[in-house]
Design a protein around this ligand. Structure first.
Ligand SMILES: NC(=O)c1ccc[n+]([C@@H]2O[C@H](COP(=O)([O-])OP(=O)(O)OC[C@H]3O[C@@H](n4cnc5c(N)ncnc54)[C@H](OP(=O)(O)O)[C@@H]3O)[C@@H](O)[C@H]2O)c1
Length: 275
């Protein structure tokens, strides 16, 4: 029997940045409902990171995706330090992460560390392969480190990930990632405030056939603009980003996910954007 074909990257993606956050973590049944809605409206992309909930977010997704792996495009990231305490000590992970970040040990991009992170993500997500493994807000030196570039190549060759990529809000970092030719996926902020600095990057991604993922669409600073709504922000972002890109919606609410999907797939007319 032929393996089932990989799903295409959808226009909207589910952002999971707060799904396992302290104080507002979603239950497994809530995540099951979100994923059920996602699949119902043919949203395929799920964006997560090993540091979201110190691994708890990937664990939740791993449970919710049992039997559904083939229907989703799974993107995770690594680079922020967090702790991996198990069993009864697990609730301390989020606290240890905050302490590590506070004492300046926020990030780590040594190849051996990144490689171990990817293995742990595969295990938490209960999958054998990622669709994309992204460096999470790396400093620019990481993108000229030959050892990191070699690691990215090796991870793809090993089959542990199909693509590698970079997530960043820094145009210098993103430019360096594009020039390196080592990455097939780039994630950037994609709200109206970010557009001024990010648009040249988005165009370069399109020209270099790099798949673009836009995040932080509902930036509170944008939402506080006069007469601004979630609908306008999502439609405007969909108008600005290349047609083939994915726009993330970070939501716990299946109704919001459906609305955002509708807005992302029907962008604003040019005149509406300027008014
Ligand atoms: N450095 C990085 O790599 C990075 C940085 C930022 C974000 N990200 C990724 O991008 C994802 C999204 O970004 P974000 O966390 O900044 O969140 P966002 O998508 O910009 O905004 C999320 C907020 O919007 C609300 N919302 C969503 N759809 C809505 C709708 N239709 N109507 C009204 N409210 C709606 C959500 O509330 P409800 O839960 O009530 O729907 C939530 O409070 C993250 O989850 C993460 O996966 C990555």
């Amino acid at each position: 029997m032929n393996p089932s074909p990989k799903p295409a990257w959808s226009r909207l993606g589910l952002g999971t940045g707060t799904l396992a956050s302290l104080g507002r973590a979603a239950s497994l049944s809530e995540v099951n409902r979100l994923i059920g809605t996602m699949l119902d409206i043919r949203v395929t992309v799920i964006d997560t990171a090993d540091s979201y909930g110190s691994g708890d977010c990937e664990c939740l997704l791993g449970k919710a995706l049992l039997g559904k792996r083939e229907q989703v495009v799974l993107v995770t990231k690594a680079g922020y330090r967090h702790s991996h305490l198990k069993g009864p000590l697990r609730p301390l992970n989020q606290l240890v992460k905050k302490v590590l970040h506070r004492v300046g040990k926020r990030q780590q991009f040594e190849p051996s560390y990144l490689s171990a992170c990817l293995d742990r993500s595969l295990s938490r997500l209960r999958v054998e392969q990622l669709d994309a493994f992204l460096l999470h807000d790396p400093p620019v030196e990481v993108l000229t480190d030959e050892r990191v570039i070699r690691l990215c190549k090796d991870l793809k060759q090993s089959g542990k990930t199909i693509f590698t990529g970079v997530s960043s809000a820094d145009p210098v970092v993103l430019r360096s990632a594009i020039v390196s030719g080592a990455f097939e996926v780039i994630q950037t902020p994609a709200n109206l405030n970010a557009a001024a600095t990010m648009q040249p990057i988005w165009r370069d991604c399109e020209a270099n056939q790099i798949h673009l993922i836009g995040n932080h669409v509902f930036d509170p600073a944008c939402l506080s603009l006069r007469d601004m709504t979630h609908e306008k922000l999502m439609r405007a972002t969909a108008k600005l980003l290349p047609f083939q890109s994915t726009i993330l919606c970070g939501s716990h609410n299946p109704i919001h996910l459906r609305q955002s999907h509708q807005w992302a797939t029907e962008s604003l007319a040019d005149c509406d954007l300027l008014s």
